[in-house]
Design a protein around this ligand. Structure first.
Ligand code: UT7
Length: 328
């Protein structure tokens, strides 16, 4: 079977207006701007308005991506939303988004792979287009992490923010588009980063709320060590599969978790900082939305040119990781 080349034909992003600064966090927990900036690189993050849910952020990013792709919502065959903060258990956020967009022809489902979810979504969508099953797939990473963040826990509350990024995938010219995907998981590390309350194991109850089980719990330092190891190796494996070398990378678009994690990936890949998209100073860690927001912003800033070799790489809860090599 001949596979069609598949790439990103439009991208978009949306971040809420409300900015939560490090100075405000200093008033909430025992922390300070200097610690946050030196240990994470984050200066501020966005927080969704009370009336905004994940699908609302996803809608704005998706409308941008659809317009940039030069298609209409009627052209979308499938919507995949990668998120760990769905509007509700079900219907899926993808179905809620489908209705808001008016994308009547589209099938829709959510994908759960935490911060790696967007790359997992790209891999899924790209295979479906490559096989000829679909022509246009909307892949969204969208999160309202503020809704599951404990603002009395200084280990986590300084990190996370809200936002959404979206891309439309479609057929592209021969030699362009996705060249490889490298996905992985290690369920043995699941305990390191989780929200355990509200599922079938620990259903919501007064006790689960009291025990803060509906918030993110993280063994930060263990996740940090895993991230440093996996970001470089996942990117290298994706490059190898694509038959590319690290010297050929024009732009690295990493998951925006911590500047020190990104710097270690740059070191491993022998890349100068100019070849890396960083915007975590403004938005913090937005889980599945981090990579698509960074990508959309890189496109907005004119940092991505036709024919450029991009590497997208992320890691997250599960544990999971994913990397992709893409010719723009
Ligand atoms: O998308 C995936 C999600 N997660 C991540 O990517 C997280 C990865 N991990 C990290 O980014 C880092 O581990 C953190 C930023 C979370 C923490 O940095 P660290 O260098 O690993 O610090 P640590 O946890 O080893 O803590 C060092 C010290 C501790 O004090 P003691 O025990 O040495 O006295 C912490 O209590 O820093 C303290 N600390 C803080 N101090 C001021 C922890 N959080 C804060 C804080 N402000 N917000």
């Amino acid at each position: 079977m001949k596979l069609h080349p598949v790439g990103i034909i439009g991208s978009g992003k949306y971040v809420p207006e409300r900015i939560l600064t490090n100075q405000e966090l200093e008033q909430m927990v025992e922390t300070n701007d200097e610690w946050i900036v030196t240990r994470t690189g984050i200066r501020e993050r966005r927080i969704a308005a009370p009336e905004q849910a994940t699908s609302d952020l996803a809608l704005k990013a998706s409308l941008d991506a659809v317009a940039a792709a030069g298609i209409t919502v009627e052209d979308i065959d499938l919507i995949i939303v990668a998120t760990i903060t769905p509007d509700m258990y079900f219907p899926s956020t993808a179905c809620l988004l489908q209705e808001k967009l008016g994308a009547k022809r589209a099938a829709a489902f959510d994908l759960s792979a935490a911060c790696s979810g967007f790359i997992y979504g790209l891999a899924t969508a790209s295979s479906m287009i490559a096989s000829g099953m679909y022509k246009h797939v909307l892949v969204v990473g969208a999160e309202c992490l503020s809704r599951i963040t404990d603002y009395t826990d200084r280990n986590t509350c300084i990190l996370f923010g809200d936002g959404a990024g979206a891309v439309v995938l479609g057929q592209v010219a021969e030699g362009r588009g996705f060249q490889s995907f490298q996905l992985g998981a290690d369920g043995a590390g699941g305990e390191l980063l989780k929200v355990c309350g509200g599922g079938s194991k620990v259903p919501a109850s007064a006790e689960s709320v009291e025990a803060k089980q509906h918030f993110i719990h993280m063994a930060g330092n263990d996740v940090f060590k895993f991230a440093v190891r996996i970001m470089g190796s996942a990117a290298e494996e994706a490059l190898h599969k694509a038959g590319k070398t690290k010297e050929e990378i024009d732009l690295l678009v990493p998951h925006q978790a911590n500047i020190r994690i990104i710097q270690s990936a740059l070191h491993r890949l022998d890349l100068p900082e100019e070849k890396c998209m960083v915007n975590l100073d403004k938005y913090g860690n937005v889980s599945a939305a981090s990579i698509p927001i960074a990508l959309a912003e890189a496109v907005e800033q004119g940092r991505v040119k036709e024919g450029d070799c991009l590497v997208l790489v992320g890691f997250g809860g599960g544990l999971t990781w994913g990397a992709s090599v893409l010719i723009w």
